[in-house]
Design a protein around this ligand. Sequence first.
Ligand SMILES: Nc1ncnc2c1ncn2[C@@H]1O[C@H](COP(=O)(O)OP(=O)(O)O)[C@@H](O)[C@H]1O
Ligand SMILES: [Mg+2]
Length: 457
Amino acid sequence: MISSLRGRLFIGLTATIVLTGAIGAIFTYAWAFDEAIEIQDSALIQIASLAQSGSLSVNPPVREIEENAQVQLIELGRTAGVAPDQRQLFELKDGLHVASLEGHEVRVLVGTRSDGSRYAAAQPASVRDDTAEDMAARALLPIIALIPCLLIVTGLVITRSLRPLTQMAGNLDARRADDLHPLPAIDAPTELYSFIASINGLLTRIRLLLDQQRRFIADAAHELRTPITALSLQAENLDAVELPEGARGRVAALRQGMQRTRHLLDQLLALARYEAKPIASEMPQVSLDQTAKEVAADLLSQAADRGIDLGFEIVEPVVVRGEPTILAILIRNLLDNAVRHTPHGGRIDVGVFREDDWAVLQIEDSGPGIPAADLERIFEPFYRGSRPQGEGAGLGLSIVKRIADSLRGEVSLENMTGHDRSGVRAVVRLPLSRALDQPSIIEQPTPSPDPCFRSAS
Ligand SMILES: Nc1ncnc2c1ncn2[C@@H]1O[C@H](COP(=O)(O)OP(=O)(O)O)[C@@H](O)[C@H]1O
Ligand SMILES: [Mg+2]
């Protein structure tokens, strides 16, 4: 059984066309053959009528049939002659006959003139059949030529008719994973409407399900934050209490664990919250360079503690669309990774600039880089690669990716290779917002001291 609709249609229609063509051809052939025979009979009759009136005579008179002659006029005389053909024909009555002369079939028209002399107009059956077959075959030509044309047209029509289906599949394939907008039914053939309606129903259900899941994660993370904060406070209160030396270390570990949990909850909350936001074009305008500077300022002391030279290589004023807090989460996750993976005394170069219609944020560290095998999975949630550093859940880069996607941007991580550099180059591209010349409408959170200096300088 052929599973492709196109295959089925094509085979079904091909069989129909070929069968119809074959039946038509058989009938045409038979009809054309009979017709050709009749035409040849009428030629015999015409020759006979000329012979009858005496306007056609053959000199010297032919007495015997020649095997390959087309049409022959044979004089039979008044009495049965001596030649065998002549005698056999003389015995036939006036009119059309099929005679067998020495094993050869002959179509013959015998007639008697008014003076009593007889004649025969004869034509060998083999010659007649050859001619008739020739004419019948020629009548078949249009049908034979038409069948391949019909097959080609059928193939084209089928392909064209099924194109909306392949187009729809292509559109669905090309969609971003988070694009759950309904499929448009305009331009689609009516037969596809119910199909499109079913897919759209499914998309709606998936959207609801995802919303539910997101809300659940957000609620759970939110609910868990309060007790964790309370626990942290309790642990901090323990600082004021006289504790034996061994207990102090354990309390410190407890506090660290709780901080880790809070960080994870914050990330989960960010992940769940930002996706419920409206699409990029309805978001406020944010200055990417300002936000990057603020995030970097937050991380400066951490970098300085580790002897890392964190600074901006290039800063251009660029404005993008997005939530300032969400954008800060994106930058913080990337910078945080860079700080964590850069060894003591290393350096981190941040750049914010314009490139065509893109706002680009670039962070280069001087860490060990990411093993090539880890690179393709690095954006998966909870994936920490083969060289994880410090605390973390492997959510950071997946959050970065989702935020970049939701802002219609892109993010890439690559290893820098070169004799003087190693480390990771993280590049985020976001669509540049148009209102570059109107800095007044840019949302700018509290101005901060210019952190555009190198921490180590
Ligand atoms: N700048 C970097 N240099 C080296 N490895 C990195 C860098 N950034 C990320 N990675 C690798 O990618 C993994 C995933 O990062 P991320 O999603 O932020 O999770 P986490 O930081 O919680 O481990 C990290 O565990 C680390 O192995
Ligand atoms: Mg991280």
